[in-house]
Design a protein around this ligand. Sequence first.
Ligand code: HEM
Length: 141
Amino acid sequence: MALNSKTLTFEEVAKHNHKKDCWIIVHGKVYDITPFLDDHPGGDEVLVAATEKDATIDFEDVGHSDSATEMMERYLIGKVDTATLPAKVNHIQQPPTQAHGVGNQSSGFVVKMLQFLLPLLLLGLAFALQHYGKKKYASTS
Ligand code: HEM
């Protein structure tokens, strides 16, 4: 079996989290980038900070070039067992924000209604004042 087809657990990968031994997870694959740290154009700090988690989003956010993606393959050592990824750092799981949204729905509705009603109320008030002012002026003259 080739070395880069090895399946590793998240816990196993996360142990390699410093400059002398640095493994990262991107798109479910595991890369031993220790020899690349000094050559990385983005610096070694960001790479060490990308350990102990699924670094897919971090990697994608930078907008790496195709040549960077090709370069990665040199450091491929296996894949991660995605079932072992902690929920917090697993980019595939996103529902919490949705659940949050349901609770805020009614207060969002109230804010929208107020935004609509407030200008109407102010307009009504302006008309009422104008009308009242005219009446007062008519009764004094
Ligand atoms: C094996 C993995 C990686 C390889 C081979 C790699 C390679 C490269 C290369 C070649 C560049 C130069 C620009 C480009 O061609 O896209 C670059 C820039 C950069 N990379 Fe990576 N990278 C890797 C992982 C990461 C990770 C996990 C991060 C985490 C955030 C990261 C952050 C950055 C940053 C911040 C820059 C600088 C962008 C700039 O200043 O223009 N890289 N990388």
